[in-house]
Write a protein that binds this ligand. Structure first.
Ligand code: ADP
Length: 673
């Protein structure tokens, strides 16, 4: 019978009848060291049945709660129990079978039943002849460490979740709050353009002012959260300094004029005309400072000055002759939610300067203020903005341009408005039409692409989020169209102001970016800017139908383009297919009473009429489509009634083949190719 024995250190040994284990005993200092080790150490003997433990040190008993007497002679699996990971047990068995060392962590049970996580390192022991003589096991109770790791992981996941929720919330606020606000602001603009009595006008003006403040605050909150989440990136690109300053002047001109304040800007002649920086963010900072300056000045002037600084930075200063800032307020001016005592000018959120400070810091500069109460203030900031070589010098003095001249009464541009939100579509279309533009509508990206393929637009206003095909994909598809139609200017409209949106727009091939809610003046300015910079079309765009003035039935140029596109001789056949199809469609539409169905048919009719240059029919179908969409029954019934006659006349206006149709290659008009 093997018997328990203690060695010099007090380690427990199972002494075989032949004295083997004891003979291999530890001896002297080594035994004492192992007895004091804070690590559980065991030895198992594979030559005995079931590979029992033949040695354990005191630390092992401490970890497991089992005294040596209850351990030796037993296989170590007595530590296993409910919750012990089966896969780990299998790994251990495999390692033993292969006589390989292994390190595992698994759930073991103490004698008192409590579970603990055992980090077990098990290694085979070979004698000098390479024979397996034992297994040595090193054990640690890593329960506390595992718990801490789990806590850290849990906290990390919770933080990740919270951060994601914050980002989602940001996206949600940005889109969901701004989109309806867009509708509210646009509708108020339209309302203010209608005849109103003084009281009504005052109410509507108040509503618009409050809406504008709300929008401004939402934007500021979004900006600040983005900056604080480290999600606001700076995107440097070449830009014209004077453009940024001019934009700021133009935007503030009405408020300054209203208060009788002089507003001007001067630029150092040593500055280059073009620099590399994030124009949007620079404009934002400058606008905020100049806006405050106008807001807190009752008489005198607001001046923006830009200078080349000796360290190569560009210095910006906004000086006003306003109420000034008391020293107490000045000290905490650039922190969040700082405002002077309530006063008449208090309409802001107290976030503006905090955002300015962070933006300037992100761009590598500093911001400061100098102010004398009662005399005025100057806000300075400087930015490192590398010059664009050989870009010339900027104009040295700038003044706001006079109020927007009304666009000519007649349409002078054809605009495709791709937008799925009905209210927003109505508002934007109404603003543009009122200004004299011809506006056609697309409800999603796919429609926009189809329209861009078949029509000559001067501009496409493209919502970014639309069903079926979003604005990015639609723009990419339009840019694939060969010829001038693929190069039509596209401006994105979006209520989303998430980081990277502007870049994605440019990447997709768009020419600009308008934030929703669309401001009437900003929208008109952006449209005017694009249309002004375009070479005038050789042919006038289709004018809107005026009362008593019928649009031409056919656009010959479209037809010629089609003739060139389809190849020699195919046009007559196509025209006859179009004629038959159109007659059939119009007949079918007459039998319909469901506006949704009529709208669908009208939409298709509009597209095919546009392809063939049947512009009067196209416009009528477009109006019919819109009337159905708006549920304007009187209008759609009227248009529907006039449709068969118009279709007949349009078809008759196509060039007639000479004699009988002679099929492919026998174009009646002849003359081409
Ligand atoms: P707000 O949105 O309230 O304008 P800001 O952070 O832009 O927030 O400004 C904070 C406060 O600093 C203002 O409410 C005002 O009291 C003061 N302030 C800022 N600019 C000027 C200025 N040019 N003249 C006088 N006071 C100013």
């Amino acid at each position: 019978m093997p018997r328990l024995r203690r060695d010099e250190g007090g380690n427990a040994l199972l002494e075989g009848s032949d004295g083997t284990v004891a003979a291999a005993g530890l001896g002297g200092v080594l035994a004492l060291a192992i007895a004091s080790a804070p690590t559980g150490i065991t030895v198992a003997d594979p030559s005995l049945p079931d590979c029992p433990l033949v040695f354990c040190n005191p630390a092992f008993s401490k970890i497991t709660g089992y005294p040596a007497e209850e351990v030796l002679g037993r296989n170590c699996r007595f530590l296993q129990g409910p919750g012990t990971e089966k896969s780990v047990v299998r790994q251990i068995r495999r390692a033993i079978a292969e006589q390989k060392p292994i390190t595992v962590e698994f759930t073991n049970h103490r004698k008192d039943g409590r579970r603990f996580t055992n980090e077990l390192r098990l290694a085979p022991v070979f004698d000098p002849e390479g024979r397996l003589v034992a297994y040595v096991g090193i054990q640690h109770d890593v329960t506390a460490r595992k718990r801490a790791e789990r806590e850290v992981e849990k906290a990390r996941r919770a933080a990740e979740r919270a951060n994601k929720e914050k980002s989602d919330f940001l996206a949600f606020t940005s889109h969901e709050v701004r989109t309806p606000l867009h509708g509210v602001m646009g509708t108020l603009s339209l309302l203010l353009d209608t005849p109103l009595d003084a009281e009504q006008r005052a109410y509507a003006e108040t509503a618009r002012r409050c809406g504008a403040t709300l929008l401004h605050t939402v934007n500021e909150l979004l900006d600040l959260s983005k900056i604080e989440a480290g999600k606001l990136d700076i995107h440097p690109a070449p830009f014209r300094l004077a453009d940024v300053v001019k934009d700021v002047l133009d935007l503030l001109a009405p408020a300054a004029a209203e208060k009788g304040i002089d507003l001007s800007a001067s630029l150092d002649h040593l500055l280059p005309a073009e620099l590399i920086g994030d124009a949007t963010r620079i404009r934002q900072v400058l606008l905020n400072l100049a806006d405050n300056a106008v807001k807190f000045t009752h008489r005198g002037s607001v001046e923006i000055r830009l200078a080349a600084l000796p360290d190569g930075h560009v210095g910006f200063a906004v000086t006003d002759t306003g109420i000034g800032i008391p020293p107490k307020l000045r000290a905490k001016l650039f922190t969040r939610f700082t405002q002077a005592e309530a006063g008449a000018e208090q309409s802001g959120s107290g976030l503006g300067l905090a955002i300015c400070k962070r933006l300037v810091a992100l761009m590598g500069g500093q911001i400061a203020v100098d102010s004398t109460p009662g005399r005025g203030s100057t806000f300075f900031f400087d930015l490192p903005l590398p010059p664009v070589p050989e870009s010339g010098a900027p104009p040295t003095r700038l003044a706001p341009r006079p109020e927007l001249a009304p666009p000519p009464a007649l349409a002078h541009g054809r605009i495709l408005l791709a937008e799925d939100g009905k209210a927003n579509q109505l508002v934007a279309a109404a603003i543009l039409r009122k200004a004299g533009y011809t506006v056609e509508l697309a409800r999603d990206g796919a429609e926009a692409v189809a329209a861009a393929e078949s029509g000559d637009y001067d501009l496409i206003l493209m919502d970014l989020r639309m069903p079926l095909m979003d604005g990015y994909a639609a723009t990419r598809a339009i840019r694939q169209i060969r010829g001038p139609r693929g190069r039509v200017p596209i401006i994105a409209m979006t209520a989303s102001v998430m980081p990277g949106d502007a870049e994605r727009c440019l990447e997709a091939g768009m020419d600009g970016h308008l934030a929703k809610p669309l401001d009437r003046l900003e929208l008109l300015r952006a449209v005017e800017k694009v249309l002004d910079s375009r070479p005038r079309r050789p042919r006038a765009p289709a004018p809107p139908p005026e009362p008593g003035l019928l649009p031409p039935l056919l656009d010959r140029e479209t037809l010629e383009e089609l003739r060139a596109a389809v190849g020699p001789g195919r046009l007559p056949r196509l025209i006859s297919v179009f004629a038959a199809e159109t007659k059939e469609r119009v007949r079918r539409m007459h039998g319909l009473t469901d506006p949704a169905r009529i709208e669908e048919e009208a939409h298709t009719l509009k597209a095919s009429a546009a392809t063939f240059g049947a512009i009067a029919l196209r416009d009528a179908a477009g109006r019919l489509e819109e009337a159905c969409r708006l549920g304007d029954e009187t209008a759609w019934r009227d248009i529907l009634d006039s449709l068969p006659g118009l279709a007949e006349r349009s078809i008759a206006a196509f060039p007639q083949p000479r004699g009988e149709r002679r099929g492919e290659g026998a174009e009646g008009e002849g003359g081409e190719d």
